[in-house]
Design a protein around this ligand. Structure first.
Ligand code: BTN
Length: 264
């Protein structure tokens, strides 16, 4: 499988030299963090055929059976966390571009980190950071999971209604190897412009973000507030007009966003 993935990645991409394939892992993000703590270089890439303990945002499980694409990349930005607040947004755009180039479908983004197609979840992004004593980001792990060939039965009953996969959408099988290769290339391109073209990245994110303009629920623990999603700021924060008339920016660390009547 590793050879198949490498054969699809442009030879100019140096990340090819530090790409690791596993048939199964607990979580590619967990593995990447372990490698990052042990000095793995910028661009180290971990890809797995399935995850036993796939993780999502806010401690959720990311169901990761065979048939999906599960990948994590280590970056060494050596900058302040403020400089890369838009990293999850940048990775989400890269993932949409990879899906479009390999599968010919236009995935969108539900703020902040869900890949969606026609109101169903197609995948997700999980970004995790490590810090030095001086507060600089010593590593960032970007994890991308995309449902490629799963059928409804591959998911627990309670999420079957809200998930989809590329093969379910297109009616043809989708190669996880091709998609992984495209994700590596898109993340490599994204990394090259991450700090220099922040505005262009966020503009692209806004174009993909289906949350904008929608009436939403903003859930924080037990607390649920209602509002309208107005815009995404330069750091990836969501500008919300709340029902009480106030306008506030919510950041992804704090809240979960749902549509007024369900997932979207
Ligand atoms: C979410 O839905 O909240 C984010 C899901 C992110 C899943 C990917 S799959 C590869 C990487 N490894 C993980 O354990 N999670 C991310």
């Amino acid at each position: 499988m590793k050879e198949k993935i490498l054969s699809q990645i442009i030879t100019e991409c140096p990340w090819r030299d530090t790409l690791y394939w596993y048939d199964a892992l607990d979580s590619t993000n967990t593995k990447a963090k372990e490698l990052a703590k042990n000095g793995a270089p910028h661009g180290t890439t971990i890809i797995a055929g399935q995850q036993i303990g796939g993780r999502g945002r806010m401690g959720r499980t990311f169901v990761s059976p065979t048939g999906g694409m599960y990948l994590s990349v280590i970056l060494r930005p050596n900058c302040s966390p403020d400089a890369i607040m838009h990293l999850t947004c940048a990775a989400a755009v890269a993932a949409c571009q990879a899906v479009e180039s390999v599968c010919g479908i236009q995935a969108n983004i539900k703020w902040t980190n869900d890949l969606v197609f026609q109101k169903k979840k197609l995948g997700g992004i999980l970004t995790e950071l490590g810090f030095g004593n001086d507060g600089t980001v010593t590593y960032a792990v970007i994890g991308i999971g995309i449902n490629c060939n799963q059928k409804k039965d591959d998911f627990p009953a309670e999420i079957q209604r809200i998930v989809t996969s590329v093969s379910e959408i297109t009616g043809t099988p989708c190669s996880p190897a091709m998609l992984a290769a495209a994700c590596v290339e898109e993340l490599y391109r994204m990394d090259a412009i991450l700090l220099s073209e922040k505005n262009a990245i966020i503009d692209s994110y806004r174009r993909h973000c289906i949350t904008l303009g929608k009436e939403i629920q903003i859930i924080s623990g037990e607390d649920c507030r209602y509002g309208k999603a107005l815009s995404v700021n330069e750091n990836g924060g969501l500008l919300v007009a709340f029902a009480d008339g106030t306008i506030q920016t919510v950041t992804s660390g704090e809240v979960s966003v749902r549509g007024m009547y369900g997932y979207l």
